[in-house]
Design a protein around this ligand. Sequence first.
Ligand code: TRP
Length: 425
Amino acid sequence: MAGSAVGLGNVWRFPYILGENGGAAFLLVYVAFTILISIPVLLTEFAIGRMTGKSIVRSFKTLAPKTKWYYVGICGVICPFLIISFYNIVTGWTLYYTYESMAGGLQGLDEAGVQQVFADTSSNMGISTFWMIIAIAIVGQVVARGVSDGIEKVSKILMPLLVVLIVLVCIRSVTLDGASDGLKFLFYPDFSKLTAKGIFAALGQSFFSMSIGMGIMTTYGAYIQKTENLSQCAVRVAMVDFMIAFLAGIMIFPCAFAFGISPDQGAGLVFVTLPNIFNQMFMGRAISVVFFLLLVIAALTSSISLFEVLVSFYKDQFRTSRRKASIIMSLVVAVTGFACVVSPTIFNFFDQITANVMLPLGAFFIVLFIPIVLKRERIKEELEAHGKSMRLFNTYYFLIKYVVPVAILLIFVNGMLDWIGVDWL
Ligand code: TRP
């Protein structure tokens, strides 16, 4: 579960979205949403999955037969399809940066040089496409062979190592000249910078980062033992996920300010800041190779969870083998991925529409399912199946029955109006 949650969302997307939305005030809202909204949603997805032992579509078909609830699960196939289309490109960039650090192409560059490398990478369709295809090939192979177990085991060892490296890079970053402005940006909230768009983006980012709102975590929940304490699982996943995003922030913003890189410069932020730190670090070149490689692995464990949804959907729908489904889906996401390479507008559209619109809507219906169909006692039973009563059950139930749906709706409508340019407040 942590493998799915921790990925480019933490190290690439979180800093760039936070940077675009003014820093510390965004961070506070993000934390509040994670506690009050995302953890209850995650817990709900787990509980539904464990209750039925099935994926979200089948869960809804089992728990609410002859209704249209399973449509929510169908959205859960479109959404990973759009996410993986742009996600593979970023994984590709990370692969390319691993290669370039090995080859020494990022060494000794000044700030403008580092900027230029990213500009060349993202605008060069050949490079972006080539490395994206490598990313697709790796993910396709793993899912085709159904060996994601192996990957999960490897990442259990490698992810703590990634955290160690992030901490190392953080230390170098905060000791750079001029780093304090970056820390101020991250920790000193300026609420005048908080906009409807920022609040909207914080909700979307929180869902994206925790892989919730489309039922992926339901499938994972199906594998959790009955003896396991679900609330504890949910809180742990959220904490690990948040810690890594938070550390990524401490790693990136002090460096951005020290090198005069604008924090709101968008999707390239990680790629234009990190090489600068590595250039100032003892053994920077070696560290950067390992760092980018570990980031690739974090990205792969997330894209495997996304791709798995597509492959198992296709396999069941068209009754083909896992291998064939995987090959066909690889080709399809290569085509949609290529569209994102060619057009940054499509890239951004997929990135925004999935995180900010589809995941919140998915989460909205998933939590509403509980009071409307399942009812209180049934979910309570599942959450307490390990034999102990859940201390915060009433809080949880209140949150998912009232707070979460109302909050999502408000943030959503407000954000959409802002998006299309209506200023109603
Ligand atoms: N959470 C992952 C990340 O942070 C991305 C991801 C994997 C995801 N599976 C998902 C996002 C399902 C939304 C839904 O990189």
